[in-house]
Design a protein around this ligand. Structure first.
Ligand code: SF4
Length: 267
C-alpha cells in the first residue's frame, strides 16, 4: 500500500497550527523538533476510546502475585524480555513472595533462580538489598509513593511508575522503549527524554483513560506500531495517526481482541 500524500484526511478536527510540521524552513528529511502534541483533545480522546474498545481490561505481561513480586519482576525486566523474566520468576516466587522470604533465601540462591536473565548478578544483589530496605524502612510493605520507591536499590522512575500504576491504580505513565517511540513517531507526546514524553502524555490523556493508558500504548507498540516496521493496515487509529512512516489512512476494524495467552507462547 502506498503512503498517502495528505496527513489531514482524518474526519476529526485537525488543530495543527500552521508551520508546526513541514515548515518551509525545514531541511529535507529532518524531523522538526516538537514539544507539543500534534493531536487535538478530540483526537486524543478518540485514540484512547478505540484502544479501550480493543482491550477493555489490558493486563501487564509480567507475572506476579502481589506488589512485592511485581516490584521484583519489574526490577528484573530491565534489558530483558517479559517472557524471560516470567520463566525465572515462576519458580522464584513460589519460594519467595515476600521481602522476608527473599532475604532468607539469600543472594546466591536468588542468583541461581535468575541466572537466565541478563545482568543477573547485579539484579540478585538489588533484589536482596531492596528486600532489606523494605523490611527496614517500610515494615516489609511496598510503599505507594514514588519518592520512596525510587530510593530502593535498583528502582528508577520507570519501575516506580509501573508499580504505582499496576499495584496501586495510580495514574502514572511508565515510559519504556515502546512508549518513547510512539510518543515521538506519532507526534503524540514528543520528547528526547522519557520524562518529557511521560509529562506530555500525562498532559493530554483524559483522566478516564489514564488507568490503562500505559498498557494500551505498550501493547500497541509491541504488536502493531512496531519499531522496525509499523503494521499500519492492522492499526485501529490509522486514520488519526500523523506519523511520517504510516502507510495507510484506513483504520483496521475496531473489534475487541482476545486477552493474550501466556507471554512466553507469543514472544
Ligand atoms: S498508523 Fe502506523 S505509524 Fe500510525 S500508529 Fe498505526 S501502526 Fe503506528
Amino acid at each position: 500500500m502506498t503512503k498517502p500524500k495528505s496527513k489531514n484526511s482524518s474526519s476529526l478536527e485537525n488543530q495543527l497550527s500552521p508551520g508546526q510540521r513541514d515548515g518551509s524552513n525545514a531541511k529535507p528529511r529532518l524531523r522538526p523538533v516538537r514539544s507539543h502534541s500534534l493531536y487535538s483533545p478530540a483526537e486524543v480522546h478518540e485514540i484512547f476510546r478505540r484502544f479501550s474498545v480493543q482491550r477493555p481490561e489490558p493486563k501487564g505481561e509480567l507475572e506476579h502475585v502481589n506488589p512485592f513480586t511485581l516490584l521484583v519482576a519489574v526490577v528484573l525486566s530491565a534489558q530483558a524480555t517479559d517472557a524471560g523474566v516470567n520463566k525465572a520468576t515462576r519458580a522464584l516466587f513460589k519460594v519467595a513472595d515476600t521481602p522476608q522470604k527473599m532475604l532468607a533465601l539469600g543472594e546466591a540462591k536468588v542468583g541461581d533462580y535468575i541466572r537466565t536473565i541478563g545482568l543477573w548478578r547485579n539484579k540478585a544483589k538489588n533484589v536482596i538489598a531492596l528486600s532489606e530496605a523494605l523490611i527496614r524502612d517500610h515494615d516489609g510493605e511496598v510503599p505507594d509513593d514514588r519518592d520512596q520507591l525510587v530510593k530502593l536499590p535498583g528502582v528508577g522512575r520507570k519501575t516506580a511508575n509501573v508499580v504505582l500504576n499496576m499495584a496501586f491504580g495510580q495514574h502514572t505513565m511508565a515510559v519504556d522503549t515502546h512508549i518513547l517511540r510512539i510518543g515521538n513517531r506519532l507526534g503524540l507526546a514528543p520528547g528526547k527524554m522519557p520524562e518529557q514524553v511521560e509529562q506530555g502524555l500525562l498532559r493530554i490523556i483524559p483522566d478516564e483513560y489514564m488507568r490503562h493508558a500505559h498498557h494500551w500504548l505498550i501493547l500497541h507498540g509491541r504488536y502493531v506500531c512496531k519499531a522496525r516496521k509499523p503494521d499500519c493496515p492492522a492499526c485501529v487509529i490509522a486514520d488519526i495517526c500523523k506519523a511520517d512512516e504510516k502507510t495507510t489512512d484506513v483504520p483496521a476494524p475496531l473489534v475487541e481482541i482476545a486477552p493474550l495467552g501466556p507471554v512466553d507462547e507469543i514472544q
